[in-house]
Design a protein around this ligand. Structure first.
Ligand code: HEM
Ligand code: HEM
Length: 228
C-alpha cells in the first residue's frame, strides 16, 4: 500500500466547521438565542459558498469535475465496477444532496421570520406572503436535514465497519492508503486559489447579512406645532 494526499486542508476545515456551524444553528434556535442562530447560519452560508468555489479551484479530489458523475456511473458502482479514490459515485450524489439541502435551509433562513421579533437579514426584500412561504419551508426542511445527516453518518460507519474502508481518517488527516498505482497525490488548490475562494465567500456573506442593502428611509419628521 502507498499513502497519498487525498483531502486538502481547506476541504477538511470546511467539513468540520460545517458540522460545528450546523450544530450551533440548531442548538441556538432551540434554546432561544436567535441572534446566535443567525450568526451560525451566516457561517453556514459562508462555508457552503466557499465549498462551491473550491469545487472549481481546489485540489484534484475536491473538484466537482473529479466526483460529479451521471447515473450510469452510480449503476456501475453498485455493480462493483468502480475503482478509484475520493467520493465514490454514490457518495458524490449524497454530497451534492447535503450541500443542496443545507444551501436551501440557509437561503430560506435569510428571508424567514418567526412572526414575533426575529427576522432573517434579507426579510425586507420579499413580500410578506413569500416570506411566510420561505419561513414554513425553513421549518419543514429541519426533518429532512436530520434524516440526511443520520444517513450520512450511518453510511460512513457502514464503510468503516463492514466494508473495512475507513473514510473518517482521510477527512481528519488528509491522507489515505491505496493500492500502488491506483491514484496519485492531490494537486492544485494552492494558497492563491484558497484566498480567492475565501474573498468570494466573504462577499457572499456580506450580501447575505444585508450589509450591502441601503438603510431603510428615515422616519418622517413630526409635524411642527404652529403654537396656535
Ligand atoms: C443550515 C443552517 C440553518 C439551520 C440548520 C436552521 C435551522 C432552523 C430551525 C430548525 C428552525 C425552527 C426552529 C423551531 O421552530 O423550533 C429555524 C428557524 C429560523 N431560522 Fe434557521 N436555520 C439555519 C439558517 C438560518 C439562517 C442563515 C437564518 C438567517 C440569518 C435563519 C433564520 C431563521 C428564522 C428567522 C427562524 C424562525 C422561523 C420561524 O419560526 O418560522 N436560519 N432555523
Ligand atoms: C451536520 C453534520 C454533517 C454535515 C452537514 C456533513 C456534510 C458533509 C459533506 C458536505 C461532505 C462532503 C465533503 C466535501 O467534499 O466537501 C461530507 C463528507 C464526509 N463526512 Fe460529513 N457531514 C456531517 C457530519 C459528519 C459526521 C458527524 C461525520 C463523522 C462520523 C462525518 C464524516 C464524513 C466523512 C468521513 C466524509 C468523507 C466521505 C467520503 O470519503 O466520501 N460527517 N460530509
Amino acid at each position: 500500500m502507498t499513502t497519498i494526499r487525498l483531502w486538502d486542508l481547506p476541504t477538511r476545515l470546511f467539513h468540520w466547521l460545517l458540522v460545528l456551524a450546523v450544530t450551533g444553528s440548531v442548538i441556538t434556535i432551540k434554546t432561544g438565542m436567535p441572534d446566535w442562530h443567525g450568526r451560525f447560519g451566516l457561517l453556514v452560508v459562508g462555508l457552503l459558498s466557499f465549498r462551491v468555489f473550491w469545487g472549481f479551484a481546489g485540489s484534484t479530489y475536491a473538484r466537482f469535475s473529479s466526483f460529479v458523475r451521471g447515473p450510469g456511473a452510480v449503476m456501475a458502482y453498485l455493480r462493483g465496477q468502480w475503482q478509484g479514490v475520493g467520493h465514490n459515485p454514490l457518495g458524490a450524489f449524497s454530497v451534492l444532496l447535503l450541500l443542496g439541502l443545507f444551501g436551501f435551509q440557509a437561503t430560506t433562513g435569510l428571508f424567514a421570520t418567526d412572526e414575533i421579533a426575529f427576522k432573517g437579514p434579507l426579510y425586507p426584500l420579499l413580500s410578506s406572503s413569500w416570506a411566510d412561504a420561505l419561513s414554513s419551508w425553513h421549518r419543514m426542511t429541519e426533518w429532512y436535514l436530520y434524516g440526511l445527516v443520520t444517513l450520512h453518518v450511518l453510511a460512513v460507519m457502514f464503510y468503516t465497519k463492514v466494508k473495512k474502508d475507513n473514510l473518517m481518517k482521510p477527512m481528519i488527516t488528509g491522507k489515505k492508503e491505496v493500492a500502488p498505482g491506483l491514484a496519485e497525490d492531490a494537486r492544485g488548490g494552492g494558497v492563491v486559489a484558497f484566498l480567492v475562494c475565501l474573498v468570494l465567500a466573504v462577499i457572499v456573506v456580506l450580501g447575505a447579512s444585508g450589509s450591502l442593502l441601503s438603510p431603510p428611509p428615515a422616519p418622517e419628521p413630526a409635524p411642527q406645532s404652529l403654537g396656535w
